[in-house]
Design a protein around this ligand. Structure first.
Ligand SMILES: *Cc1c(COP(=O)(O)O)cnc(C)c1O
Length: 378
């Protein structure tokens, strides 16, 4: 029987060597490798500033903290996303206000925004789910000027929207390097922005609030002199070991995407033979990064429910998963409603009926054919 996991990191000798070099260098935490990773990431995503963090969650937290968001403020987030998108709002004492999503793209429904934005709204977080950018033009039209748009680009390294890279589409972008994402360094994140003042605030908050970063102080003339700490910051520094891996992975990003794109196209073609599975939609002008290949099961035509389909795939060695969850169905946020009547019907449907099929850079076309054959037999 085959074993086709949902995702596997693609790590080679070059990553191993890069880590060894850092381990032997005498500088392990945020240092020269982090700087190099940040610069390369900024160039690839066409932004002025990139700041490495410990995860996308901490990058999002830093983004909101850098905007001064706190108690009494509201931040609009999509209802269908990883829970971290909402949690960072909660952590700052602000309130996440949930928007339903579009059934075809799984991303935030911009038509809901005008009904959700109040005088308390301090930011809108859009998610580029599974590597497909949100409809930024519609979002920009619906969000009053002055309210920053934050991109949760956890899944969207290398994605683009009408030629503009993810991370350069809003006021701030936040990426993830968790092993489930397009490129990985174990855990890690990146905050991107073209706003120098936001970048400066985020840099200070990332390092305990220190007015001078450690690596600058230690390389300076009087490294024994403690800087001032003007704000109560966090420790969200990435290690140089992670950055060394991230830098190599970033060099492989476009190759990874091209490979996954080919596998996704094959899935699209073969799944057309199964009437109860809808392949993911890619509107024209969008460069999908294919972090995941997420289908929608037609609940009226499917022979089985979502978990039963996933269980049957597992019996055949195939790692299928739900797309992601409706945050509004989880204990931490259950029962939240918004100003729009009727709850979150699309997020609820996607929660119950999306299905991610295996997609990663160690898969072959024959693996894709096998997955589709198994699905046909259900
Ligand atoms: C994975 C993910 C996150 C969290 O990323 P971490 O790096 O694990 O903190 C946040 N938002 C979305 C949409 C994600 O898919």
């Amino acid at each position: 029987m085959r074993n086709i996991p949902i995702a596997v990191p693609c790590i080679g000798q070059e990553e191993v060597e890069a880590v060894r070099e850092v381990l032997m260098s005498g500088w392990l935490t945020q240092g020269p490798r982090v700087k190099a990773f940040e610069r390369a990431f900024a160039v690839r995503h066409r932004v002025e500033h990139a700041l490495a963090t410990t995860s996308c969650t901490t990058a999002l937290h830093l983004a909101l903290a850098s905007l001064g968001i706190g108690p009494g403020d509201e931040v609009v987030v999509p209802a269908f996303t990883w829970i971290a998108t909402a949690n960072v709002v909660t952590h700052l004492g602000a309130t996440p206000v949930f928007a339903d999503v579009c059934r075809d793209t799984y991303n935030i429904d911009a038509a809901q925004l005008s009904g959700l934005i109040t005088p308390r709204t301090k930011a809108v977080i859009v998610v580029h789910l599974f590597g497909l950018c949100a409809d930024m033009e519609a979002v920009r039209k619906a969000v009053p000027p002055g309210i920053p748009i934050i991109e949760d680009a956890a899944c969207a390294a290398g994605a683009s929207y009408h030629g503009v890279p993810a991370g350069a589409l809003g006021t701030i972008g936040c990426f993830s390097f968790h092993p489930r994402k397009s490129i990985t360094c174990g855990e890690g994140g990146m905050l991107t922005t073209n706003d120098a003042a936001i970048a400066a605030r985020a840099e200070i908050l990332r390092n305990h609030g220190a007015s001078i970063p450690e690596e600058v102080r230690h390389a300076g003339l009087r490294p024994w002199e403690m800087p001032d700490f003007d704000v109560a910051g966090y420790n969200y520094r990435m290690t140089d070991m992670q950055a060394a891996v991230g830098l190599v992975q970033l060099g492989r990003l476009d190759g990874f995407i091209a490979e996954r794109q080919k596998l996704a196209a094959l899935y699209d073609k073969l799944l057309a033979q199964i009437e109860w599975i809808r392949p993911p939609k890619v509107p024209t002008g969008y460069g999908h990064a294919w972090q995941a290949y997420v289908t929608l099961i037609d609940k009226d035509k499917s022979p089985l429910d979502q978990n039963s389909v996933l269980a049957r795939l597992a019996e055949k060695g195939i790692g299928g998963r739900a797309g992601t969850h409706a945050v509004t169905r989880l204990g931490a946020y259950r029962g939240r409603s918004n100003a729009i009547q009727g709850g979150f019907p699309v997020a609820d449907e996607l929660d119950a009926w999306t299905m991610a099929l295996p997609l990663h850079n160690k898969m072959t076309e024959s693996d894709v054919e096998y997955v589709v054959e198994v699905l046909k037999g259900l």
